[in-house]
Design a protein around this ligand. Sequence first.
Ligand code: MCA
Ligand code: AMP
Length: 494
Amino acid sequence: MKDFVARCQSFTDRVALVSEGKPYTYAALLHDSKYLAQFLLGDQPDLLEARVAFFIPSSYAYVQTQWAIWRAGGIAVPLCTSHPLPSLEYTIRDTGAQLLITTRAHEPFLRPLTHSGSLTIFCLEDLPHDLPTYPPLPEINSDRKAMILYTSGTTNLPKGVVSTHRNIQAQIQSLVDAWEWSAEDHILNVLPLHHVHGIVNVLCCALWSGASCTLLPKFDPQEVWEHFQNDTLTLFMAVPTIYFKLIAYYEQTDAATRQILRTSCGKFRLMVSGSAALPVSVLEKWQTLSGHTLLERYGMTEIGMALSNPYRGTRRAGHVGLPLPGIQVRLVNEANTPVDPGQPGEIQVKGDTVFEAYWQKPEATKDSFTEDGWFRTGDIAVRDEDSYKILGRNSVDIIKSGAYKISALEIEEVLRQHPEIRECGVVGLPDEEWGEIIAAALVVRQPLDESDLKAWLKTQMPAYRIPRKYIYLDDLPRNALGKVTKNELKGQFK
Ligand code: MCA
Ligand code: AMP
């Protein structure tokens, strides 16, 4: 954090963020985050890695809060603003956060979280104009824990990924070098700010470089096209579903508007896609429309970005390029031995970018690393003609939909709590727009009203995790050991 603050001090007059149409300079961000940090400290010298959760839409207030937590020595726990209460409650309980920062508009929704008695909610509007004391901010060593982000895996509950300040800085530095970020850049963020893609690749890289970042609270294709036309943007980064939706919007406009939208893409120096496989059809349509060959890269919450097509040089469709600066990548077989070129293997990664641990899960942390310290991603790839190509995952229970990583087991666990559902199996089906669509096979006690079921699920899980397709079976397909055979199940959704 020390390095971050020191860098920003050389950009004080420049615009760091544009939020709700209003520009905020680096000087304002440094001042306002320091003030909030001093308030959070009160009479303590250092938050000493206390977890501080915050529920704030993508805005200046979000960044002020994130920086204040970091500068006061806390661990930032950004919450997803579209999650229902049970998901938020899980994160608060798991991290043991005792403070939740939000705004007055969201406080009534969040209030039930305080019923357990251990959580206090603070609304930013209640920040006093003066503080009784203005304590000095603590020195934050780069090995200290900085952030916990939640990611789904092959277990039925999401795990907290703990990154240190060193990890985040290494993730930023590698992208700033590879993609040639500078203070002249201006990026538009439409991604949620509880994942690495939005937080590190967009927001932190911009602030590290002295560039500007315009924050939109939510993705909306029309709004994005308006910003493309009206802003001095140089960079755009998004997930494949967003490019798909921008293309769909463009295709329903008239010829004159299309010409204007196409022209608006000319000012960009780079457009990036990642977080899920970019369909070649989307890459090609975007190329025709915008003149840009999307730079596809590969990453993961636990490791930041690992592989990237080149900024200068040929970007290969369907490929994710080579290791980013400072990152080691290898492909191994099931015996954990590096494979020969052209052979598929699991991607393993080493470097300062790799996270410290899963929050309070020493066993899961140990299992995710090899004995010689490589992180096992669970993704399968092949290296051909000097570029990696992602082939899939080694677990059928991990679904990527709208670039959100979703555990099939987590959804099954919720479905099983429904009184009319006896058994269920959840799978991901290929889909050009969403990457995968979530589908559920249900064995029910009596016929179910699907819209009632969806309404109930909405109170239990975020909208993007709700299955979109349902089939009703008398029994689920199983192997000799009684385990549901997911690949066979997929075949039944025809
Ligand atoms: C939403 N809908 C869906 C899905 N999600 N339908 C099918 N499948 C889905 N997954 C439906 C909603 O129920 C609703 O339907 C309608 O679409 C609009 O919902 P809304 O939430 O407004 O959707 P959206 O705003 O259009 O969202 C699409 C999105 C979003 C912008 C692509 O999914 C998104 O922000 N994804 C990015 C996630 C991300 O940042 N991932 C990075 C993690 P109805 O109207 O009928 O109710 S990976 C990462 O960080 C690693 C490190 C990496 O490599 O980057
Ligand atoms: P998350 O855990 O949400 O950080 O998602 C990370 C996962 O997204 C990786 O393990 C991959 O399975 C997937 N992923 C990220 N980028 C790509 C890409 N360019 N192509 C295919 N899969 C990707």
